[in-house]
Design a protein around this ligand. Structure first.
Ligand code: AHR
Length: 510
């Protein structure tokens, strides 16, 4: 056996005393934007063989449910910053066709607020709406709120009733604009301009409904030149009237540097820690007790540099194939590790939305008139959303490290666990490109437990993908482990570039 074949070893202790916070279901959110084929031929395709009476694809609804999504942000994204919500309500034949400046496409407005809320009900998810603070302001946000949430008896609520939605939509969670720190955003603003507008809008929305949950825009990425000062300025303006500050982060594998890509969650950890520190700094400065929580309302793997080098589609196409990244095994492992990072910050991250749900940088892909299938990244999300429950536990991980170009020395193994009345679940990744890691899990602090299930996503070809023709080429496999663990220690092999979930159930008498 050569030294490369000798497994490295790592060790974790699962200790119920190391509780971070309860697992919030809103950590498993997603995002539907009027972008490319996310809405049209994604969630909605009236001519599709599986379409329901409202034109929603039942196959996509079923996969959304299987994915375990809890909350879905809508309608953008960059799209919202030049969107008139009124265009998307009322009789379809009267809805205007518009240019969407964000993605240089034509928006038919066949789908709007009422249809989205209907879809959300059918998918069993909570809607999270964004108001346009790019080209619009306080008045239009109030109009939208009245239309969406007021029971009836006012001009706009009665309009909703006439449009076929007698019950108020009852939307609690609202984003105050999108990425207004970005020069690409229609209506891009300075931090002071945006902070002021966000505060005015939030105050007005709370006059109408005091118990709304409001998200102020943070930076559109931690590499923005204004990162840190943007959050501080915005929160100094809006601290008392908002609940959350947003974070957005996308990761991709750059040529020749898979090691950095596999350590993306290190960047996510640092990003979250920096925003928490900034929010708490403002809290101290203002001398208040309220804490701001985080809404990580866009995160994923996105091959953005490919999109940027290709540029937009020529002309003004309708529902073109935009941002349709096909994900591989490595991408799935990175998504699994980003979920580990989000869980580890469950004390401060209250909402997280993977961007996006279908076709556009998405776990679910569709063909118009054809099948819907699971991308590789679907699997760690679905398993984490389904099984992470109870409390998040911080794990002490002893693991070898490796060197990355962007983040310096990083542990090869990252892990988190959750624990509820039934038992505990361990989520773990091996970031090594070539070395297997022999992991020992000390479960003694949990008492007597047995292994209920071990799922592993790994492949001899880390570039393997799922396609319409081979939709299950990559999926997690069941691995058999000793059950119950010998001497309270569980050992398992973590293949190179792998994601693993182990479910432990409390044994009788424990
Ligand atoms: O999710 C794709 C885009 O990424 C969103 O529209 C925007 O908010 C972000 O830059």
């Amino acid at each position: 056996m050569s030294s490369r074949e000798v497994p490295l070893s790592a060790r974790v202790v699962v200790d119920p005393a190391a509780k971070i916070a309860a697992v919030g279901r809103r950590l498993f959110g997603s995002f539907v934007e009027h972008l490319g084929r996310c809405v049209y031929t994604g969630i909605y395709e009236p001519d599709h063989p599986t379409a329901d009476d409202d034109g929603f694809r039942r196959d996509v609804l079923a996969l959304t449910e299987e994915l375990g999504v809890s909350v879905v942000r809508y309608p953008g994204g960059n799209f919202v910053s030049n969107y008139r919500w009124e265009d998307g309500v009322g009789p379809r034949e009267h809805r205007p066709v518009r240019r969407d400046l964000a993605w240089r496409t034509i928006e038919t407005n066949e789908i709007g607020l009422d249809e989205f809320v209907t879809w959300a009900g059918r998918a069993g998810v909570e809607p999270m709406l964004a108001v346009n603070l790019g080209t619009r302001g306080v008045a239009e946000a109030l109009d939208l709120l009245e239309y969406a949430n007021h029971p009836s008896g006012t001009a706009l609520s009665d309009r909703r009733v006439r449009n076929g939605a007698p019950d108020p939509h009852g939307v609690r969670l609202w984003c105050l604009g999108n990425e207004l720190d970005g020069p690409w955003q229609t209506g891009h603003k300075t931090a002071a301009e945006y902070g002021r507008l966000a505060a005015e809008t939030a105050r007005a929305m709370r006059q109408a409904e005091p118990d709304l949950e409001l998200v102020a825009c943070g930076s559109s990425g931690s590499s923005m030149p204004t990162f840190g000062s943007w959050e501080a300025t915005v929160l100094e303006e809006a601290y008392d009237v908002v609940d959350y500050i947003s974070l957005h982060a996308y990761y991709e594998e750059h040529d020749g540097d898979p090691a950095t890509f596999l350590a993306s969650s290190v960047d996510m950890d640092r990003f979250i820690d920096a925003v928490v520190a900034t929010a708490d700094h403002v809290r101290a400065k203002l001398g208040v007790s309220k804490r701001i929580h985080l809404s990580f309302d866009e995160w994923n793997v996105w091959y953005l540099s490919r999109f940027q080098s290709e540029g937009p589609e020529p002309g003004w196409p309708r529902a073109p194939r935009l941002l349709e990244d096909t994900y591989n095994v490595t991408d799935a492992v990175v998504v699994g590790s980003l979920l580990i990072s989000l869980l580890r910050h469950a004390d401060r991250v209250a909402v997280a939305c993977q961007a996006q749900l279908v076709n556009v940088i998405a776990p679910i892909m569709t063909e118009p008139g054809g099948p819907a299938w699971r991308q590789t990244i679907f699997h760690p999300f679905a398993a984490t959303a389904r099984h992470a429950s109870g409390d998040v536990l911080r794990l002490a991980v002893e693991a070898p490290t490796y060197e990355t170009e962007r983040f310096g020395e990083v542990p090869l193994v990252d892990a988190v666990a959750t624990r509820d009345d039934e038992g505990a679940v361990l989520f773990v990744v091996n970031r090594s490109l070539e070395r297997e890691v022999a992991l020992t899990v000390d479960v003694r602090p949990l008492g007597s437990v047995a292994v209920a299930e071990c799922l592993q996503l790994a492949d001899a070809d880390r570039h393997a993908r799922n396609t319409a023709e081979a939709p299950d080429r990559v999926r997690p496999r069941r691995v058999s482990l000793d059950a119950p663990p010998a001497d309270g220690e569980l050992t398992m092999a973590l293949p190179p570039v792998s994601w693993t979930m182990v479910r432990l159930v409390a044994s009788p008498g424990s």
